[in-house]
Write a protein that binds this ligand. Structure first.
Ligand SMILES: [Zn+2]
Length: 481
């Protein structure tokens, strides 16, 4: 085989670019700019004069193979300019062009290109950014750039706006106009309607590691196309859980296997269930890669009031996602795991949210939550079992479920129930007694007793884990059954 030339591209700090301004319109616009750039990249690379093989996991991240080094160099120059032109403020890094002979040389060439990309990014970061300070007016959308002079502002600009945010808003308007029939939520408040807002962060488990194991450019392209197609179908399956005039979902960010979606809270858990079921169904019918391993996605979902600061909610969703991913890894759940939390002003930082979930002893702990849940339907401790338990309690007195939740957190337990030091065994016994007490107090009717018993069978106490506190919120979050 004749000599080939490989290069890898990656949009710099893409999350910062997309989430620079916390407004929904600019976030959506920024994502659309990246999405349109991906399409441009692919078309441009495939054009006859370049004759490139293109493999990307989207989000400005691509791997290209050319038959000619001059064409590779010309493409590299062109795409850098194009991204700057489209984004206004974003930058994209391009690796050095690495020659290789055939498939046997591909892994080494890919590693060399990745190394060169990382080196370039490090160099880029070493140069301090010019601080945009002084008396000039700042963009009121992001606060990170200077506002355009009044003379070039458009008629509908109410606030000071910078070049990048202007481009983001224009892009969103363009997409909105192209789909004139569909209702578009203007902001997070509009999207949430009368409900709470769910921020859903999704990430593929171990996809990066699997990409590294691929041995040829063609395998790389097939795997990337496979993941992209799988994600499109899974997202569609998740969004189809809502039937109604207005779609209660907004895709905010899709960078490869890394996704952020905003939704009305009552669709969040059903979205995750349908998404995971779709992944598992499609995955089984797919000849993925040589390794034939299943593919999994984990979820972190933060539920807040729609006026709650976006960045705080995003940080919590990220923390929950990390928690879910770690659990999926530790417990070997290849389909992934889900963690979620209803965030109030009192528990608005990730650390206190986590602390309230458990009491630590010397060698073990007691958990007042079953989170994270497994995403394989039908398995013990899965999200689908939690849903069944909620369904069984659909007519159960809700206030008692909330009372149970309020008593089952570490701080309430320490203050109200225990006082001084107490052993783990005693705590477990007291918790079990407490569950019995609550249930016996509420359930005077046989149907309620049956419902509670059924829920407890579906969601049993195990190894110091009491998932019952999750029932109250989950019942709301599942919306309808
Ligand atoms: Zn701005």
């Amino acid at each position: 085989m004749s000599e080939q030339f490989l290069l890898i591209t990656d949009v710099d700090a893409i999350q910062r670019y997309v989430f620079e301004s916390a407004r929904m319109a600019t976030i959506v616009g920024a994502s659309e700019i990246v999405k349109a750039f991906d399409v441009w990249l692919e078309e441009e690379a495939r054009r006859a004069e370049y004759g490139a093989l293109h493999a990307a996991l989207s989000g400005g991240n691509g791997l290209f193979v050319f038959g000619d080094s001059k064409k590779a160099a010309s493409f590299a120059g062109k795409l850098t300019c194009e991204f700057q032109k489209r984004s206004g403020s974003g930058t994209i890094s391009v690796s050095e062009i690495i020659p290789f002979e055939d498939d046997a040389g591909f892994p080494a060439a890919r590693d060399a290109a990745l190394c060169s990309l990382q080196r370039l990014k490090r160099l880029g970061r070493a140069i301090p950014e010019a601080l945009d300070v002084g008396l000039s007016r700042q963009c009121q959308y992001c606060g990170a750039e200077s506002a355009l002079p009044k003379s070039v502002r458009k008629g509908d600009d109410e606030r000071d706006i910078g070049t990048a945010c202007r481009k983001k808003l224009d892009k969103r308007k363009e997409i909105k106009n192209a789909m004139a029939t569909q209702h578009w939520a203007e902001d997070f408040n509009d999207l949430a309607d009368t409900d709470y807002l769910a921020l859903i962060a999704i990430d593929g488990d171990g996809i990066g590691a699997r990409l590294k194991n691929l041995q040829s450019a063609i395998a790389y392209e097939n795997f990337s196309a496979g993941v992209k197609c799988l994600l499109d179908q899974a997202i569609a399956a998740g969004m189809n859980t809502a039937k109604g005039e207005y779609p209660p979902f907004q895709l905010l960010y899709a960078g490869g296997d890394d996704i952020v979606i905003a939704a009305q809270a009552r669709y969040a858990l059903n979205f995750a269930l349908a998404f995971s079921d779709a992944v598992q169904t499609i995955d089984r019918s797919w000849d993925w890669t040589a390794d034939q391993l299943p593919i999994g996605f984990s979820f972190g979902i933060s539920i807040t009031h729609s006026k709650f600061p976006f960045r705080a909610s995003h940080a919590i969703a990220d923390q929950l996602l990390r928690n879910a991913k770690n659990t999926a890894k530790d417990k070997v759940w290849p389909e992934g795991a889900i963690d979620f939390a209803v965030v109030t002003e009192a528990s608005c930082d990730p650390a206190s949210l986590m602390e309230d979930r458990e009491i630590l002893f010397d060698n073990s702990k007691i958990c007042f939550t079953g989170k994270p849940y497994r995403l394989k339907s039908g398995e013990p401790h899965s999200l689908s079992k939690l849903k069944e338990a909620c369904k069984a309690l659909d007519r159960f007195p809700k206030n008692q479920l909330y009372a149970l939740r309020n008593q089952l957190n570490a701080s309430a337990w320490r203050t109200n129930q225990l006082g001084g030091s107490i052993s783990q065994e005693q705590t477990k016994l007291r918790l079990a007694d407490y569950l019995n007490y609550v249930s016996s107090r509420v359930m005077r009717v046989q149907t309620q007793k049956d419902a509670w018993e059924k829920a407890c069978q579906l969601l049993p106490v195990a190894e110091g884990v009491f998932p019952h506190a999750d029932l109250a919120d989950s019942l709301q979050l599942f919306g309808e059954f």
